[in-house]
Design a protein around this ligand. Structure first.
Ligand SMILES: Cc1cc2nc3c(=O)[nH]c(=O)nc-3n(C[C@H](O)[C@H](O)[C@H](O)COP(=O)(O)O)c2cc1C
Length: 369
């Protein structure tokens, strides 16, 4: 597709429109579980403000009529520098759940990350035909943790993404007010029998299964245990990034978990440049938390990201349109990115990394609710 044709009307026009459609069909407590953050949601909102304050400096006269969004992520070819973020319990928002999302991701040419708390068996996700990453929670049940790593290897997953910012769940006030518990049809079926949390609150269940003592020596152990590319998700401090690289980690996700863990944590976009400066080219640096448009992807690239993970908008697509809804979200993001890159004078992903950025002082756009 040329960038010229990409500016034509699409349906939906924006990812915010997809969220509106999802909100209209979801039960309020399910919408809140997905949309919400922890505490006063200051980090959730700051993630968006950071993107709004980040101004790109376009290059002109570069003769760019089309932009090539293709890249590789953790050694995997991708149609754009985007992968689906790990998110628990897809079946909460649509009966087709994770298989629909993994098929849409495969068709769009982007990696899909299966969550430890997925509501569908992992081997069903491996058969979607696309590239699979597996997100790992460090479980109290060490045998199950070991089983998950073995499954990732057996199923041909292309990377293991160890989440390091969840010793336990942040206080999600919306869920507490709603008395939210994951219904049986969305249970985390990849956990051992008896550990799937029937009727428990999400936070209570997480506390019962996730081991809060995860530390650097465990990362070292996982590094020695598997030859899969290993990624730490939830790093915000350059000193932690350095330590990860020194242990032989292949990638980092600069992330505050979409504002769902430490309320008050720095927006990922603001944390990104110092982390890229610290690690240089020693590992891949991905970013998530607040990406809502192709321009946001371009902002992250300009600040040194290798690519981004996309979270909630994928679930909004699933909720409002099943597999097709997710396809719509990924296609929209890709065409927005293509237009933004071409307008910025960046013919490819490498060139996007050289764009200048200026920081404004205020928030101008729509704040996430
Ligand atoms: C409903 C939901 C469930 C999530 N579950 C997980 C999970 O199981 N493991 C994990 O590492 N991150 C999880 N996350 C965090 C995402 O991987 C990602 O960091 C975050 O959603 C990115 O921000 P965004 O939603 O603003 O794009 C979840 C996020 C949401 C919204």
């Amino acid at each position: 597709m040329t960038s010229g044709s990409a500016v034509l009307a699409t349906d939906p026009l924006t990812l915010a429109d997809v969220e509106d459609r999802a909100r209209a069909v979801l039960a309020p407590e399910v919408y809140d579980f997905v949309a919400g953050g922890s505490g006063g949601e200051s980090t959730l909102n700051a993630n968006r403000s950071a993107f709004d304050r980040c101004h790109l400096v376009p290059r002109v006269l570069s003769g760019v009529d089309t932009a090539d969004t293709r890249t590789t992520l953790l050694g995997v070819p991708a149609s754009m520098p985007v992968a689906v973020a790990p998110m628990a319990f897809h079946s909460l928002v649509h009966p087709d759940g994770e298989p629909a999302v993994s098929r849409a991701a495969a068709a769009a040419g982007v990696p899909f990350t299966a969550a430890t708390l997925a509501s569908c068996p992992l081997d069903e996700l491996a058969s979607a035909g696309g590239d699979l990453f597996l997100q790992l929670y460090w479980l109290r049940d060490r045998a199950r943790t070991e089983w998950l790593i073995g499954e990732a290897e057996r199923l041909g997953a292309r990377a293991l993404i160890l989440t390091v910012d969840v010793p336990f769940m942040g206080r999600r006030l919306r869920d507490l007010r709603n008395g939210f518990a994951v219904p049986a049809h969305a249970a985390p079926v990849n956990l051992a029998d008896g550990q799937r949390g029937g009727g428990q609150s999400v936070g209570g269940h997480a506390a019962s299964v996730i081991d809060p003592t995860l530390s650097w020596s465990d990362v070292d152990r996982v590094r020695r245990r598997t030859r899969l590319p290993l990624v730490l998700k939830g790093v915000l401090d350059p000193a932690d990034a350095r330590r990860a690289v020194d242990l032989g980690v292949d990638g980092l996700v600069v992330s505050n978990h979409g504002g769902r863990q430490l309320d008050g944590a720095v927006p990922s976009l603001l944390a990104l440049p110092a982390i890229r400066d610290e690690v240089g080219d020693a590992c891949e640096v991905l970013l998530d938390s607040g990406v809502r448009s192709g321009t946001d992807v371009l902002r992250a690239l300009a600040l040194g990201a290798s690519g981004v993970l996309l979270g909630r908008p994928v679930l909004w697509g699933l909720a409002s349109g099943g597999e097709q809804g997710v396809t719509g979200v990924l296609e929209l993001l890709r065409s927005e990115l293509e237009v933004s890159m071409a307008l910025a004078g960046a013919p490819n992903v490498a060139a996007a990394g050289w764009l200048g950025v200026r920081w404004g002082s205020g928030a101008y756009g729509r704040e996430e609710s």
